[in-house]
Ligand binder design. Structure first.
Ligand code: HEC
Length: 255
């Protein structure tokens, strides 16, 4: 029995130790901005999604892909059919092989998925000091904290590097990135973009807009899911009331 308790203690001790080791290699605790889509009644704000798209398109898409989002889906964020055509046609993609089997290029179409800036992962890494910029389609789902992580990461670059922390050549200090050294240069400078709705592009504004946009990219059905959830709750509430009334009716002579 004593042996058992002892080994249990050792085991929990070990788990505790490895947990602590994990925590220290993770980034700083995340900032948590107010997103319009937080909470049970939260929804996307379409003007915000459009701003996020403008920033993604003008800045992030020079390095990052968004290969799970088709251009025509951008109607969701408020782009008109003509704007979608124009955005799609900005990049070329391999056409289907012709009758001789020769592949040529054609301009993108609304039905295409967002065309990535680099032809492949190796080219992407080579152009970015060895670290390929990851595709951002599912980034809001892939990282713990989701949109809070993206928000924090975008604002987490800092010139103030803690003592004893070494930033290798070609990397940048960012306290929210695990390990602290990221291959992406700081992005959100004041007035980096000019928003079409006239909103001032401060770093905080851009960070919240891009995080909302990338959350939409990863979970476009959020609004539909929440409104269905609400309808189901209302339905169950009404059903419960009806069944209760029925039960009272049936049992009333027996009491
Ligand atoms: C000059 C190229 C470049 C631009 C422009 C750029 N990034 Fe990056 N980004 C990178 C690289 C390179 C990495 C990989 C970093 C690493 O693994 O160290 C990266 C990584 C990321 C990551 C993933 C971090 C992680 O946890 O793995 C996110 C999120 C991100 N970028 C968001 C953005 C957003 C949003 C924009 C636009 C505002 C943007 N990036 C613009 C080069 C770029």
């Amino acid at each position: 029995m004593r042996k058992l308790i002892l080994s249990a203690l050792v085991a929990t001790g070990l788990i505790g130790a490895s947990g602590a080791a994990l925590a220290s290699s993770e980034g700083a605790p995340l900032m948590k901005p107010e997103f319009s889509f937080n909470g049970f009644f939260g929804k996307y704000n379409q003007t915000q999604l459009k701003r996020g798209f403008e920033l993604f398109h003008q800045v992030c898409s020079n390095c990052h892909g968004l290969r799970l989002v088709a251009y025509r889906n951008l109607a969701d964020v408020g782009l008109t059919a003509d704007e979608i055509k124009a955005v799609a046609a900005e990049r070329d993609i391999d056409d289907a092989p012709n009758d001789e089997g020769i592949v040529s290029k054609r301009a993108g179409r609304p039905s295409d998925k967002y065309i990535s800036p680099f032809p492949n992962e190796k080219a992407a890494a080579a152009a970015n000091g060895g670290a390929a910029p990851p595709d951002l389609s599912l980034m809001a789902k892939a990282r713990v904290g989701g949109p809070n992580y993206i928000y924090s990461l975008m604002l987490g670059f800092s010139e103030e590097i803690p003592e004893h922390h070494v930033v290798p050549e070609g990397k940048f200090y960012n306290k929210y990135f695990p390990g602290g050294n990221i291959s992406m240069p700081p992005q959100l400078m004041e007035d980096l973009v000019t928003y079409s709705d006239g909103t001032k592009a401060t770093p905080e504004q851009m960070a919240v807009d891009i995080s909302a946009f990338l959350n939409w990219a990863a979970e476009p059905e959020l609004d539909a899911r929440k409104s269905l959830g609400l309808k189901v709750m209302v339905f169950l509430g009404v059903l419960t009331a009806l069944l209760y009334a029925l039960k009272r009716q049936i049992w009333k002579n027996i009491h």
